[in-house]
Design a protein around this ligand. Structure first.
Ligand code: NAP
Length: 308
């Protein structure tokens, strides 16, 4: 079978750290082109300043991976779908819920694959955590996602702008795990968003959710954490405590800890290839819906200005 010719659109941090190596490591794909307004691309691979330019003058491609900030993703995705390309959307799949729904309909209409990728769902501990929790009664959940924004997002202006999500940019990864491993749907009860005086998006958030059986779920997000970083989810159940740490990579059950190799992006590309070969799409907007609910229902507090 011929490899899927893919173009990476938006050559920034995540494209370089994860997408390009994952594509290089998967025989189902061949990197046909890159698109980025300022970045120079990859040596020996056709590079274009815009998707328009790729479509006009570039090599034929079957698929695009959109690794841009979320605010510009919808227009790029529609353009690609309308050209019959399969589309991989980095998380979050869009800047609004409605644009994600519109994209899903568009993909269905044109008959190509749309994949809303949630990389944290492919962390090593997540699938076994989901299987273990399926048989348990959930008593409570505690999420602590605290990291240093200066280390992980240095100088990323878009992340502080409307649609950039602020601290929910990493926090949505925790929600992508939560909505995948819990056996019941989750909804938001209360939220407090701390927004720096000079920014449009929160630097911290404290949120109470519950599941439909009444189990309380507390989420603590903070971007001002220096020193050790925390990406932990602890689930109390009728059969003891489950803990996912390191962003889902390490699973600890009452019987002990399991740690496997990080295969998040290879897992995402294997899934994308399967979806394309099977003529299917996968667009789950549940994590983005919870973030939207936090912005819809959350109480806002202005806190100290943040400077990079
Ligand atoms: P980034 O470093 O700012 O890279 C985004 C790149 O998109 C920029 O370098 C820019 O390229 C390009 N871009 C902007 N507008 C474009 C357009 N209209 N057409 C083509 N390219 C465009 O951001 P990032 O950290 O990689 O994050 C990108 C997305 O990946 C976000 O949604 C984020 O949530 C997600 N993500 C990030 C991480 C992470 O660890 N950073 C992890 C997982 C997922 P130029 O520089 O050429 O202008």
């Amino acid at each position: 079978m011929d490899p899927i010719r893919i173009a990476v659109v938006g050559v920034g941090k995540i494209a370089r750290d994860q997408h390009l190596p994952a594509i290089a490591g998967n025989k189902a794909f061949s990197l046909a082109a890159t698109v980025s307004p300022h970045d120079a691309g990859v040596e020996g691979v056709s590079h274009h300043k815009s998707l328009d330019e790729l479509i006009e003058n570039g090599p034929a491609v079957d698929a695009v991976a959109l690794c841009t900030p979320p605010q510009v993703r919808y227009d790029l995705a529609v353009q690609a779908l309308n050209k019959g390309m399969h589309v991989f959307l980095e998380k979050p799949p869009g800047a609004t819920l409605s644009e994600c729904v519109a994209l899903s309909s568009r993909a269905e209409k044109v008959g190509t694959t749309l994949f809303a990728a949630w990389h944290s769902r492919f962390a090593a501990g997540v699938a076994p955590a989901r299987a273990w929790l399926a048989e348990r009664r959930i008593e409570s959940v505690k999420i602590v996602w605290r990291e240093d924004v200066r280390v992980w997002h240095p100088g990323q202006a878009w992340i502080w702008e409307p649609g950039g999500l602020g601290v929910f940019d990493p926090g949505i990864n925790a929600l992508s795990i939560l909505t995948h491993i819990l056996p019941r749907p989750v909804f938001l009860k209360t939220a407090t968003l701390e927004i720096p005086a000079n920014r449009a998006a929160p630097i911290a958030a404290d949120i109470q959710f519950r599941d439909t059986a009444g189990a309380p779920i507390h989420m603590d997000l903070d971007w001002r954490q220096t020193g050790p970083q925390s990406w932990d989810i602890v689930v109390e159940t009728d059969a003891g405590t489950l803990k996912l740490s390191n962003g889902g990579a390490v699973l600890t059950l009452p019987t002990g800890a399991e740690h496997s190799e990080d295969l998040e992006y290879p897992g995402l590309y294997a899934r994308f290839a399967n979806l394309i070969r099977g003529g299917r799409s996968d667009v789950d907007i549940a994590p983005l819906r919870l973030v939207a609910d936090a912005f819809l229902r959350g109480n806002r507090q202005t806190v100290d200005a943040f400077h990079d």
